[in-house]
Design a protein around this ligand. Sequence first.
Ligand code: NAD
Length: 487
Amino acid sequence: MGRIEGIKDYRCFIDGNWVAAESGDVFETTDPFTAKHWANMPRCDARDVDKAVAAARAAFDTGEWSKINATQRGHLLRRLGDLIARDADHLASVEVQDNGKLYAEMRGQVGYIPQWFYYFGGMADKVEGAVMPIDKPDMFTYTRHEPIGVVAAITPWNSPLLLLAWKMAPALAAGCTMVVKPSEFTSASTLELMRLIEEAGFPKGVVNVVTGFGQDVGEALSTHPGIDKIAFTGGEFSGRKIMEKSAGNFKRLTLELGGKSAQLVFADADLDNAVKGVVSGIFAATGQTCIAGSRLLVHDSIHDEFLEKFLALAATARMGDPMDLSTQVGPVTTQPQYNRILSMIEMAKGEGASCMMGGKPADRPECGDGWFIEPTVFAGVRNDMQIAQQEVFGPVLSVIRFSDDDEAYSIANDTPYGLAAGVWTSDMARAFTAARRLRAGTIWTNTYRAVSYMMPFGGFKNSGQGRESGQDAIYDYMETKSVWMAF
Ligand code: NAD
């Protein structure tokens, strides 16, 4: 655990080789806590994408990977899982240096990533077709599930390795090959992972990484005829672009996009438990999670008491160096995001929301030169305000009152997004009703932010399409073939 000293020069990983970008250019990556440049990344463009896609295509069509069986693929995935577990301290430190999330959280997150490789590794040789009881007696018919081909994985900066694992584990288990484009803000951990891909013994060309910007590397992947599927996690705007650009050869798409998730606190909730869940739901990872519970819907009868308890707990949050195990709120990952959050805070003030806490950059000695914003709470928010409709992706909570259950569901669902919701109640009948009536891909009851390799994850509405994790995810990387034989 700890920061890498000096400036580290990374290379991208194409066809099993560590190479510079064709352009010869690099771009800088910055530590959000020190605001200092700590590594250089190759600035790839369409030429590097061509090379990476060619390598992935060759590995898929004729390479060693195309000849090994599903059981052998499963072994490779499990070996990779073991290596990630072995190196979890190092991988977590690199992520913290690159994206400023808390080491305490990232160590837990990276330590959990092997489970995706064990789970989908175990599934690789259990994908079975079916013999159909067809209505034509002179025919024998069966189905086969075959890998889709070459998958582009495009990932964001907030949880680079976890969100890559959600794509990589089912894609490789299915027999696909990959070209990965990490976020330009946080490419380091993905490249570090490639050392483990090599060590695990994956054949060359099976996984390739090209680093660079969305408008060149991302677009080149979106339009490339050699890519069969894109698995994307990121913002709604980029997701829409990818959908448009990938239409050329009807690429299959899995899109995990943004959210404006509601936390519903009913009058019968265990308030102390709910306060803890709502605080961590919005301020964990400095609010930079797609599932951030950024709208707090509280019943009128407990509004004031809840808010008082909430503000008291939130005020104790320790900010500072994300490497320090006692820190509870770290910096914002990027400077553009820092500026954007501050401008959205000003927008909320202009809309008439009451700022109960924070609402400004953090001016605390323990925050150093980092991009820190005080945990911010707006009360008196109406759901039609921009602050309640737009994703902030930062430590900003909007508090909205409701007077009955119907109104709560109606407010919660009145957003273009549908990623997640939290329900805090001691009435199980109400919990089941809420789970049915809320239009979101994940509903947590008396808990928040739990994820598992076994549970599907994804969004309704503008929060995306498709699901990651869970048994069905492997079929998102496969085509179903129907075979007919007459005799
Ligand atoms: P982003 O959309 O800016 O970038 C994500 C990735 O897409 C990056 O690698 C970027 O380079 C690439 N990209 C950008 N423009 C592109 C284009 N035109 N074509 C192809 N690729 C392009 O998102 P971000 O700022 O890195 O991440 C924050 C967003 O991600 C938030 O909206 C958040 O809600 C969302 N997110 C969603 C989930 C989920 O599972 N639903 C998880 C984490 C983050």
